[in-house]
Write a new protein. Structure first.
Length: 130
């Protein structure tokens, strides 16, 4: 499953991420890119993007890449470091494959703002369930 439109159709069923406004820009097993146009609905009490929104953006970028090879893969574990406040108009998550084996895979996800400032970094271990 690699064609961008096929991937977008598949992830339409990820209603939480889609209702947040996340868009899939690139879909490939080696690298995927997802974006989020920031709205006031994404803010926390401090006026920056809620950590859960950033986590969801990064997790979807991982899911897109990990599922591009046609094997149903889910997040087994994830560790995220929030490095800068989520501010501006748009966040971009870029997931890159570090390694993949028979039933597991490992990705690094960088979340940046429109000025290419690193907002968060996530390391994800995925598990192939089908």
């Amino acid at each position: 499953m690699a064609e961008l439109e096929k991937v977008k159709d598949y992830f339409e069923n990820d209603t939480f991420a889609m209702q947040m406004g996340i868009r899939i820009e690139k879909a490939d097993a080696e690298e995927s890119i997802c974006t989020l146009e920031i709205t006031p609905n994404h803010f926390n009490a401090g006026g920056t993007v809620q950590g859960g929104a950033i986590f969801t953006l990064a997790d979807l970028a991982f899911a897109v890449a990990a599922n591009c090879e046609g094997r149903k893969t889910v997040t087994q574990s994830a560790s995220v470091s929030f490095l800068k406040p989520g501010k501006g108009k748009k966040l971009t998550a870029c997931a890159q494959k570090l390694s993949a084996g028979g039933r597991t895979c490992h990705y690094s996800v960088r979340v940046t703002n429109e000025e290419d400032i690193l907002v968060a970094h996530m390391v994800v271990n995925g598990f192939v369930v089908g």
